[in-house]
Design a protein around this ligand. Structure first.
Ligand SMILES: Cc1cc2nc3c(=O)[nH]c(=O)nc-3n(C[C@H](O)[C@H](O)[C@H](O)COP(=O)(O)OP(=O)(O)OC[C@H]3O[C@@H](n4cnc5c(N)ncnc54)[C@H](O)[C@@H]3O)c2cc1C
Ligand code: FES
Length: 424
């Protein structure tokens, strides 16, 4: 639709250009031509300013209509696509039909799932797995989680199996706005290494797609670690990106290739993603490293990168659960209190205990003592475990997704710094 302003502008432009051409025709002289050039220059400048203003206006309008939301918003599952490797992608569109706020590649969505037979919503986080420049939908890609290998009788993962087995295109889910501190800064242009292990490829694919969609020419290496071809998902897409973008290098590692799988046939390395491999294929260690994968992979990579001389501030991690790898990024309260002997009181439950440093987080301390606290991610991401602090202070042992309001703490990633009374 063209607005009155645009019509006025186009009208003005036509008049100026026509005037310039008429001037050349009428005078046929250098003065006429000079006048025409001046008029043409004016028209170009007007056009430049108008386009700039319109772009700005569009951005402001977009920002206004796509402001992020608080609480949950209803999304309809537009498509459900099997990716293979027990991973399924869900394409989500806002049920209210309004625009989607932008996000940074690497961030995640938090879902409040209403499972049958549960009175409270089940809270889980899933990384956005497509580019933020894709403004029609949000996509998450979810791996089905079975019982732990050594405990085959325990129930399989609640949320992932609910997504795979019960949710279909057309269903509605409650979603909190994109958040998280693990994201790629698209305003930078330095070379990056993206490392995804298993389903940890999801935030990395979002970053890779964002780089390609933005037209950036920054050097990017994508290392993807899987057991074998059965687990390799989004292969066509990744190979197409490498073929179409000369700044993109794809390196797929099979840690346990099947007998008929030979290096060069879809994957480049037999073995795990490792710093030895980086030393082999990268020209230097002068990169920013982003990684998401199983804890053992991240544990060994962070240690070995450190030994290779990569500064800790150039290594960024995401953990998909209780983080066992200590992030190198400074936590808000870097001086985590290590002294023990603090008295923790759970006021509502009327329980009091002494902190000896071995109980893990405040959430784990509560659980071990029969105090019920809600939780979702157990990684400081979803905000489900927020607990009011009546008196005292906590220290964070991990960087929170976002800090809770003054007077509250994220029990899953905090420990007592002083004697503590909690509203739980
Ligand atoms: C920031 C963030 C981003 C994430 N992004 C993604 C993503 O992009 N894709 C993705 O697939 N996942 C992602 N995750 C992980 C995801 O949030 C869930 O943790 C995962 O799907 C498992 O949840 P679940 O409800 O299926 O399993 P849960 O119900 O939480 O169960 C987990 C495991 O515990 C076992 N278990 C259940 N009961 C018991 C018991 N009594 N004793 C012992 N074991 C038991 C289950 O069998 C299962 O193996 C992300 C997590 C975070 C924090
Ligand atoms: S359980 Fe998600 S922030 Fe603590």
């Amino acid at each position: 639709m063209i607005g009155a302003g645009a019509i006025q502008f186009i009208g003005g432009l036509i008049i100026i250009v026509a005037f310039a051409q008429v001037a050349v025709l009428l005078y046929g002289s250098w003065r006429g031509a000079a006048l025409a050039r001046v008029q043409q220059g004016l028209a170009n400048e007007l056009l430049r300013q108008q386009v700039g203003a319109e772009t700005l206006t569009r951005e402001v309008e977009r920002a206004k209509t796509t402001a992020t939301w608080s609480g949950v918003r209803k999304f309809r599952i537009r498509d459900k696509i099997q990716e293979g490797g027990d991973i399924c992608s869900f394409y989500l569109v806002p049920h209210d039909g309004k625009a989607l706020p932008p996000f940074s590649p690497g961030q995640y969505l938090t879902f409040n799932l209403r499972l049958p037979d549960r009175d409270k919503p089940l809270v889980r986080c899933y990384s956005l797995s497509d580019s933020p420049f894709q403004t029609d939908y949000y996509r998450v890609s979810i791996k089905r989680v079975g019982p732990p290998p050594r405990e085959p009788d325990v129930p399989p993962g609640l949320s992932s199996n609910y997504f795979h087995d019960d949710l279909e295109a057309g269903d509605i889910v409650d979603v909190k706005a994109p958040s998280g501190n693990f994201f790629l800064d698209l305003s930078k242009h330095g070379p990056v290494i993206l490392i995804g292990g298993g389903v940890g490829l999801t935030p990395m694919v979002s970053m890779l797609n964002a780089i390609c969609d933005s037209g950036s020419k920054r050097e990017v290496w994508f290392f993807y670690g899987v057991r074998n071809g059965d687990e390799y998902v989004m292969r066509e897409h990744l190979e197409a990106l490498e073929a179409e973008h000369e700044n993109v290098q794809l390196r797929v590692c099979y840690s346990d290739p099947r007998e008929n799988e030979i290096v060069g046939d879809g994957f480049q390395h037999a073995g795990r993603v490792s710093v030895d491999l980086f030393k082999e294929v990268l020209p230097s260690n002068n990169y920013e490293f982003y990684m998401c994968g199983p804890p053992p992979m991240m544990e060994s990579l962070t240690t070995d990168l450190h030994e290779w001389g990569v500064p800790d501030e150039d290594v960024y991690l995401e953990a998909f659960g209780p983080a066992s790898v200590k992030k190198k990024a400074p936590v808000e309260d870097a001086e985590v209190e290590t002294a023990t002997g603090q008295v923790v009181t759970f006021a509502l439950s009327n329980k009091k205990m002494t902190w000896d440093g071995s109980q893990g987080s405040i959430l784990e301390l509560a659980e071990a003592n029969g105090v019920e606290l809600d939780f979702g991610c157990r990684a400081g991401s979803c905000g489900t475990c927020i607990t009011a602090v009546k008196t005292g202070e906590v220290s964070y042992v991990e960087q929170p997704g976002s800090l809770p309001e003054e007077g509250s703490c994220l029990a899953c990633i905090s420990v007592p710094k002083t004697d503590l009374a909690l509203d739980a």
